[in-house]
Design a protein around this ligand. Structure first.
Ligand code: PEP
Ligand code: MG
Length: 323
């Protein structure tokens, strides 16, 4: 079993009928790269930069951030790296950045909302990112976007940062892709509009499930309601992928669902382009993907979309793939 996985190293993640996808990894610090390389990741699909801020006793300086981003870009030797801008708030707090008490922190002042308010923090990060961009293939991604206005504001600030760097004669890559996470239902619903303004989407199922089903992802008492096979969640995912593809944009997924052996057949059938997961899930995912036909997965996904409950969907997956 382990040997069979070893044999998949260096191989493409391509279905029997020729559909190629990208299998990337999620990381929290530059040290995590080692695990990605060992498991033959084809890139980084999510670098959660909040750990840079959480492991520090003050806002990390531009140079500190630059070194971390450069290390990841160089460490993965030219493979694509999706770096997510600061996603603080919700359950993640910073001692040195006191925020108001909130009744519903997950619905509150967090992630891109905080960054668009504290543009000083946002700009420092973007400067570090663009300075590092010459060391590899950088993709920048904004978390928690819930409207077109937020996306356009964030892109405007990117332009300001680029103009600053230009004025200072500091080099940066001109082909950095800009994307956003889809983790709020309002973003999924207008993904046809949003797709015109990004290079890619990455679906954050961890949050998308909680916001779509009104189930707090931390609440054990109702965890039985938190389900990635929820048909409403699956329909949103399908819609987002279709809307992006209509605009010629690619779609990834970096929530836990992307590395789940029972979700992968459905996601392949939906047409997902990139799967980002914890390192240990990468080779098993490649094993599955290289053993099926995309055409069959499409048919299977259509059957799933016609079903009304998570239970039924899960059973259908289990009966088809886990014999
Ligand atoms: C997600 O919401 O799916 C996601 C990847 O972001 P995080 O888990 O960091 O909230
Ligand atoms: Mg999230």
């Amino acid at each position: 079993e382990k040997k069979a996985l070893e044999l998949l190293k260096g191989k493409e993640s391509v279905t029997l009928d020729g559909r190629r996808v990208e299998l990337a990894g999620n990381i929290g610090t530059p040290n995590d790269i080692e695990g990605l390389i060992k498991n033959d990741a084809e890139g980084v699909g999510l670098y959660r930069t909040e750990f840079l801020y959480m492991d520090s006793d003050k806002l990390p300086e531009e140079d500190t951030q630059f070194e971390a981003y450069k290390a990841v870009l160089e460490g993965m030797s030219g493979k694509p790296i999706v770096i997510r801008t600061l996603d603080i708030g919700g359950d993640k707090k910073l001692d040195y950045l006191p925020l108001d008490e909130e009744m519903n922190p997950f619905l509150g002042y967090r992630a891109i909302r905080l960054c668009l308010d504290r543009t000083d923090i946002f700009k420092t990060q973007l400067r570090a990112l663009y300075r590092a961009s010459v060391y590899g293939k950088l993709r920048i991604m904004f978390p928690m976007i819930s409207s077109l206005e937020e996306l356009l504001q964030a892109k405007e600030i990117v332009k300001e940062v680029q103009a600053e760097l230009d004025a200072e004669g500091i080099a940066y890559a001109k082909d950095v892709e800009i994307g956003m996470m889809i983790e709020v239902p309002s973003a999924a619903v207008i993904s046809d509009v949003l797709a015109k303004h990004v290079d890619f989407f990455s679906i954050g199922t961890n949050d998308l499930i909680q916001y779509t089903t009104a189930v707090d992802r931390m609440n054990q008492k109702i965890s039985y309601l938190y389900n990635q096979f929820n048909p409403a969640v699956l329909r949103l995912i399908k819609m987002v992928i279709d809307n992006a593809h209509k605009e010629g944009k690619w779609v990834g997924m970096c929530g836990e669902a992307a590395g789940d052996q029972m979700m992968i057949p459905i996601l392949l059938g939906f047409g997902l382009d990139e799967f980002s997961m914890s390192p240990i899930s990468i080779l098993p995912a490649r094993k599955l993907i290289t053993s099926v036909n995309e055409a069959d997965m499409k048919k299977f996904a259509d059957e799933v979309l016609a079903m009304g409950t998570a239970e039924e969907i899960k059973a259908h997956v289990a009966n088809t793939f886990c014999k």
